[in-house]
Design a protein around this ligand. Structure first.
Ligand SMILES: *[C@@H]1O[C@H](CO)[C@@H](O)[C@H](O)[C@H]1NC(C)=O
Ligand SMILES: *[C@@H]1O[C@H](CO)[C@@H](O)[C@H](O)[C@H]1NC(C)=O
Length: 379
């Protein structure tokens, strides 16, 4: 009898421990909810919240960082919002279309998919991390963060050795401050990850991969100041890639993400210590014929669910009712999108401007045409 109680006791302990781990993981990424906070009142962050960051969904360290860098919270808001928009854009044609949820009560913006270690999880971490670095680097250059400015020393790789007298080219334009963005992003984003397990390593790696795609994509821009627009004198600076470009690149990495092996040294979840030195961690590829992932690769350790039917474990609705393309053979095609369940087709009319002609001067005349369109949705 005693031993039965003991076993029961152990079960309860393990269960609550497991729950704690999951809960802390969701709590860890609360800053993503900032994206919704902004959209709700359409205005930027209320001034009181900026001055009193204790009301923000941040950890203590994040709050300190934000307080030390006045103005940075706006960039964090914008970054979180942009990350969500970009994720939805990149995945609009896939079964998993980056659904987000009204946050609050411990629910993460991206939902329970974060408890998995699959490609989608990897992408979420990378895109949100990239967005913070991107938004902060830009904010520095526009002067909205008090503790950073334009980067006046940024030069394209290999340019450092050129002597400035060789022409009238001048560096010293106002570059986006990728260095500051990178540093701030690392401190703001990585600080919430705790532990020593593969998931911790995976999140940190994907966070870093996101940032690398921002900093490595800086391009040179120049402006000519010579007489009548000649380029005898010009100023050059380094500018960030558009966030769409970062999203495209990360989506490519998603498609070619590296599956790695869990169960490496330190994979025991319960052996979590508070301040541990992070050893240099190398991932072992799942397929021994694959090379180890590079800094830019996304890594994951768990196969993705099929994302066909409702799955409460990951809080996914399934693809019933999703729009699909009945002629495409790709992922957005009805066959794959609807997982073989079939689809229904509805026709509907739209009125569009058509047959537009230009009339001198200056008018565009159009006809109103009724067009029949078809919409296919998964059963
Ligand atoms: C459907 O797929 C076909 C073939 O890939 C493409 O040409 C067409 O533009 C798509 N239709 C829509 C509405 O996206
Ligand atoms: C556009 O105009 C031409 C000639 O006026 C007409 O034949 C054609 O049907 C019009 N197209 C549409 C879509 O209404």
């Amino acid at each position: 009898m005693k031993s039965l109680y003991f076993i029961l006791f152990c079960c309860i302990c393990l269960y609550s421990c497991e729950k704690k781990v999951k809960k802390s993981r969701l709590r860890a990424v609360r800053w993503w909810t900032l994206a919704h906070a902004e959209s709700m009142n359409n205005m930027v962050v209320p001034q009181t919240q900026i001055q009193n960051p204790t009301s923000l969904p941040l950890t203590r360290k994040q709050r300190n960082l934000v307080s030390k860098n006045p103005g940075s919270i706006r960039a964090v808001y914008q970054g979180a919002k942009q990350a969500i928009l970009e994720c939805k854009y990149q995945f609009k044609n896939r079964r998993w279309n980056c659904p987000t949820y009204e946050s609050g009560r411990g629910v993460s913006v991206f939902g329970k998919i974060l408890q998995k270690g699959c490609r989608e999880t990897a992408f979420i971490y990378a895109i949100t991390s990239a967005a913070i670095s991107h938004a902060v680097a830009r904010a520095c250059a526009t002067g909205t963060i008090y503790t950073c400015t334009c980067d006046y020393s940024a030069k394209p790789p290999g340019h450092e050795t050129v002597t400035p007298d060789s022409s009238n080219w001048k560096w010293g334009g106002c570059s986006d401050n990728a260095k500051f963005g990178h540093k701030f992003g690392r401190r703001f984003v990585d600080v919430v990850e705790k532990g020593q397990d593969i998931r911790y390593m995976m999140n940190l790696h994907n966070n870093a991969a996101g940032r690398v795609h921002v900093t490595s994509q800086m391009t040179q821009a120049c402006k000519c100041h010579g007489m009548s627009g000649s380029c005898q004198i010009k100023t050059c600076w380094m500018k960030l890639p558009t966030f769409r470009r970062v999203g495209d690149l990360l989506k490519d990495r998603f498609d070619g993400a590296s599956r790695v092996l869990p169960g490496n040294a330190g994979s025991d979840r319960r052996r979590r210590r508070k301040f541990t030195f992070t050893p240099k961690f190398t991932f072992t590829p799942f397929d021994p014929n694959h090379k180890a992932p590079s800094k830019k690769d996304l890594v994951y350790f768990e196969k993705s669910p099929e994302f066909c039917n409702q799955n409460n474990n990951i809080g996914f609705k399934g693809t019933v009712g999703r729009e699909c393309n009945d002629t495409s053979l790709g992922l957005e095609g009805c066959d794959l999108m609807c997982c073989g369940r079939g689809h229904k087709t509805q026709t509907y009319m739209v009125v569009e401007r058509c047959n537009c002609t230009f009339r001198w001067c200056c008018e565009v005349m159009c006809e109103a045409c009724r067009i029949t369109k078809m919409k296919h949705t998964c059963l």
